[in-house]
Design a protein around this ligand. Structure first.
Ligand SMILES: C[S@@+](CC[C@H](N)C(=O)[O-])C[C@H]1O[C@@H](n2cnc3c(N)ncnc32)[C@H](O)[C@@H]1O
Length: 211
C-alpha cells in the first residue's frame, strides 16, 4: 500500500512540475491525450475570447490552451506562466508561430510570485493547476488584481487519479467557487462538461470589485 501511494505521489509530482524523463512522459500525455485536449478547448470556449483580448494562463503545461487562445486572440496578447523549464520548452515549440507573430509570450515563473505586467488582462485561465497552489484564496485575490474591471477568470479542474468520479469534480468545483467568492470575484458560476474518466468542472468569476 505504501509502495502504491509512493508511486501515485511520484506521478502526481510530475504533473505538478514536470522534469526529466518522467516529466517528458507526463508532458506527452498532457499534449496528446484526447480528453486533455478536449478539456483545454472547452475551457478556452468558456472565456468568450475576443480577437484583441489580453489573456493570461497559469500553468500552461505543453501549451495546448495557449495555442487555441492565440488563434482566437490573433490581434491580442497571450501570456503564459509555468514553473517547469521542460514545459516551457515544449510549449514554446508548440507555439512557435504565435511567438514569432508577437502574440504569445511564455515565461518561466510561479503563481506564488507573479511577475509585473505592462497592463491589466481581459481574461485569466488555469487548467488543472489550482490543486498545486499554496493558499489558493490569496493567489486568486492576486490574480483578480491583474484583471481589468469586468474581466473574467476561469479555473478548470478534472480529477485524473484512481477513484476519480463526477462527484470528485463537483466537490472541487464547489471549493473553487467558494475560494473565488472569498477572493472577491463576483457573478461566480459553475459549468460542467461530461468526460471520461470524470467530469470537467469550470468555476468562472468576474472582477466586479475593480480593486
Ligand atoms: C497538470 S499540468 C496541466 C497543464 C495544462 N494546464 C493542461 O491542462 O494541459 C499542471 C501544470 O501547472 C504547472 N504548475 C503547477 N503549479 C505551478 C505554480 N505554482 N506556478 C507555475 N506553474 C505551476 C506545472 O508545471 C504543469 O505544467
Amino acid at each position: 500500500m505504501q509502495l502504491r501511494q509512493r508511486a501515485i505521489d511520484a506521478i502526481r509530482a510530475q504533473f505538478g512540475r514536470p522534469t526529466g524523463l518522467r516529466g517528458r512522459a507526463a508532458g506527452l500525455l498532457m499534449a496528446h491525450r484526447p480528453s486533455n485536449r478536449r478539456r483545454n478547448t472547452w475551457a478556452v470556449s468558456l472565456l468568450d475570447v475576443r480577437s484583441d483580448d489580453r489573456v493570461l494562463e497559469l500553468g500552461f503545461g505543453p501549451g495546448i490552451a495557449i495555442r487555441e487562445l492565440s488563434r482566437i486572440a490573433a490581434e491580442g496578447y497571450v501570456c503564459g506562466i509555468d514553473h517547469s523549464e521542460l514545459m516551457l520548452r515544449r510549449a514554446r515549440r508548440r507555439n512557435a508561430d504565435g511567438l514569432r507573430r508577437g502574440v504569445v509570450d511564455l515565461r518561466l515563473g510561479t503563481v506564488d510570485e507573479l511577475p509585473a505586467f505592462d497592463a491589466l488582462f481581459d481574461k485569466i485561465l488555469t487548467v488543472n493547476t489550482n490543486m498545486f497552489w499554496s493558499e489558493p484564496v490569496t493567489r486568486l485575490a492576486e490574480l483578480r488584481r491583474l484583471l481589468r474591471p469586468g474581466g473574467l477568470i476561469a479555473v478548470v479542474y478534472q480529477p485524473r487519479g484512481p477513484g476519480a468520479t463526477d462527484e470528485t469534480s463537483a466537490a472541487m468545483g464547489r471549493d473553487i467557487a467558494v475560494a473565488l467568492i472569498r477572493a472577491r470575484f463576483t457573478e461566480v458560476r459553475l459549468e460542467t462538461m461530461r468526460l471520461k474518466p470524470a467530469a470537467v468542472v469550470c468555476a468562472l468569476g468576474v472582477n466586479g470589485a475593480g480593486t
